[in-house]
Design a protein around this ligand. Structure first.
Ligand code: SAH
Ligand code: SF4
Ligand code: F3S
Length: 439
């Protein structure tokens, strides 16, 4: 009988993709996937630290596993991801969760087989962390969730130091992956039948800045656009400060680059943007939106917004409300500001009380949800191209997939359509999804 493993993943697409790599490594060691922790011989927690609730969930889950580990001492428990890149979090694990066997980080995933060996030989908790993103092995394969769309890392780390954000302290210094290596990976994916590529980086617009030759993110998009078999190209995340005209032109002119952009604004107040170290003003941002809509008329724009950054006044918040009304986002991730130890904002005075944060958060949702609906209603009675992704969990006659603009569409169909492009006529629009029928 094969030994079984499971991976619990928190956080962003970087972590999701890292888990796909960990899965590949474990299957090469002979492990087989299970959804059930009780059945597992190897459990991995791939952690996130971006907000406090992400962190607390991991401690809760690890605590709950103490009993399983007692009953099944041969079970190997590993914790990795962004939390483990922070010494404070590692120390909590080493002191309070002694049943954890292996601790590793975001930059040394390739070492997992060696760490497992070391643990088996010594039966001690093995800790291995590398700070330097230059040590990341670009060539580990991934056991991907889908067979038709794939994540591809194009850069690692972040140098922006937005004052609220812990990522630069976990993922380390920004490093762009060599274009040849990226292209080779995508050509391989295309030859295996993959159709959609999501290029991943914390700040893809600054791709190439660490090279000693000139090669920009727009150059990379042009090269990826040439790869036969790939039909859709997406990327995330874009930082407004680095969104160049060259990139907007590339997006407009390259047929495979989807009409979609995630452009986190964080706040609509210039005073708060400055305190966040975002390096753009609301005017800069609104100008970008104007340019994008002019160059790519059907573009869907989504964003991230933080409510209750230290010092945010009612006037600052009003500026955010005003900006979201002006931009009319297709969708947005909204967050209550969460204090992250070690960041500059954590040391700022005048932290906003929780009740005020929550009240503002609700007012923001009351404004943005109707905008999302209004945006989705524009699709009514139109035919859209959908890449079919999966069968609905609740009803096996219903499929779901995404438009080029990233909209989730539900429609009736059979599962042989998964991984294919179909045309769907939209006959209902909701706040977060569209519904339609095959044509
Ligand atoms: N590199 C990406 C994503 C970073 S994390 C970017 O720059 O957009 C994703 C989102 O989490 C951020 O855009 C931000 O809105 C949110 N976030 C980061 N730190 C946070 C904090 N301390 N409190 C609340 N939200 C936070
Ligand atoms: Fe965090 Fe800012 Fe870097 Fe994004 S760009 S990961 S928000 S520091
Ligand atoms: Fe979380 Fe790390 Fe991503 S802190 S949001 S998993 S980069």
């Amino acid at each position: 009988m094969k030994k079984k493993y499971t991976i619990v993943t928190y956080g962003c697409q970087m972590n999701e993709h890292d888990s796909e790599k960990i899965s590949w490594l474990l299957e090469n060691l002979g492990y087989e996937w299970t959804d059930n922790k009780e059945d597992s011989d190897f459990i991995v927690y791939n952690t996130c630290l971006v907000r406090e609730n992400a962190e607390l969930k991991v401690y809760g889950q690890l605590g709950a596993l103490k009993d399983l580990k007692r009953r099944k001492p041969e079970l190997i428990l590993a914790v990795c991801g962004c939390m483990m890149q922070r010494e404070e979090a590692r120390n909590v694990i080493l002191e309070k969760y002694k049943h954890v066997d292996i601790i590793f980080g975001t930059n040394n995933i390739h070492k997992l087989p060696i760490l497992i060996d070391r643990h088996k030989q010594t039966n001690e908790t093995v800790v291995d962390i590398i700070e330097d993103t230059r040590d990341i092995d670009d060539n580990i394969e991934a056991n991907r969730k889908y067979s038709f769309k794939a994540f591809v890392n194009i850069m690692y780390g972040c140098n922006n130091f937005c004052t609220y954000c812990i990522v630069p302290y976990t993922r380390g210094r920004e490093r762009s992956r060599e274009p040849e290596s990226i292209i080779k990976e995508i050509e391989q994916l295309a030859s295996e039948g993959y159709k959609e590529i999501m290029l991943l980086g914390q700040n893809v617009n600054s791709y190439g800045k660490t090279f000693d030759y000139k090669y920009t993110f727009a150059d990379l998009l042009k090269d990826v656009n040439k790869i036969d078999g790939i039909e859709r190209i997406r990327f995330m995340t874009s930082h407004p400060k680095d969104l160049s005209d060259e990139l907007i032109n590339a997006m407009a002119n390259l047929d495979k680059v989807c009409e979609q952009l995630h452009l986190p604004v964080q706040s609509g107040s210039n005073r708060i943007l400055k305190a966040m170290n975002r390096k753009y003003t609301r005017e800069d941002y609104l100008l970008l939106i104007e340019k994008l809509r002019k160059a790519i008329p059907d573009i869907a724009i989504t964003t991230d917004i933080i409510v209750g950054f230290p010092g945010e006044t009612e006037e600052d918040f009003q500026e955010t409300l005003d900006l979201v009304k002006k931009v009319k986002y297709d969708s947005a991730f909204t967050f209550l500001y969460s204090t992250r130890e070690g960041t500059i904002a954590a040391r700022m005075e005048n932290q906003v009380p929780d009740e005020i944060k929550k009240e503002r958060f609700q007012r923001l949702l009351d404004i943005i949800y109707p905008i999302f609906l209004e945006k989705n209603q524009k699709y009514l009675n139109k035919t859209v191209e959908v890449l079919v992704e999966e069968v609905s969990k609740n009803n096996d006659e219903i499929l779901s997939g995404r438009t080029r603009t990233g909209k989730l569409v539900h429609f009736k169909g059979t599962k042989d359509l998964i991984g294919k492009f179909v045309n769907v006529n939209i006959d209902a629009a909701k706040t977060f999804t569209l519904e339609g029928y095959l044509v």
